[in-house]
Design a protein around this ligand. Sequence first.
Ligand SMILES: [Zn+2]
Length: 222
Amino acid sequence: MTEHDHSHDHDHDHDHHHGHDHDHDHDHDHDHDHGPSAEEFERAQAEAIRRRALQQIRQYPDPALRLRANEVEIFDEALMNLVERMIGLMKDAGGVGLAATQVGILQRVFVFEPDEDGPKAIVNPVLSNVGSDKDSDEEGCLSLQHVRVEVERPTKLTLSGKDPEGNDVTHDLEGYGARVVQHELDHLDGVLIIDRTDAASRKEALGTLRPRPVLTEPVLPR
Ligand SMILES: [Zn+2]
């Protein structure tokens, strides 16, 4: 059930930089008395940050999103830096999870933050104790902008793997948290939400995706 009846005009990229292309460092010398309010300014700034983050996240149909990521074997500073960068992007983009494949890195790593507990990272994740109960809910994806589709997933599981330092970690998850980590683990196998929804929703989603410009640079596997 899609209650979002978003009008399908995807031209709402009204970039606010018409006359002025430098959004920063302009000295505030406007002499009109009602400029944007503090909230408007903050909102515009958050939106600029979100867009900048999304531009660094591979967008469908980027081929990197369809590749299977490799097991991580070396736990080094580069891995820590990757995790840090991914957590920053996830937050800036307003997401609750981000997989390395979404930034073009084919390593089995994802970050997630389904609750107020703070962001977590998991390397070489594996699911176990997957419960038989399933639940369907709408999901979005930072790589499939403007798409929301129903996805059915088990509601309970255990996620195990390593933290970026190479220590074993285990998370028992239910509900939303379980959903988020299954979504992210799918990314590491090249699976997207459009593969996990019904045919009608997939068709609608692909229609939504088709007219979008590709926001990323050309893909160069690293
Ligand atoms: Zn996603």
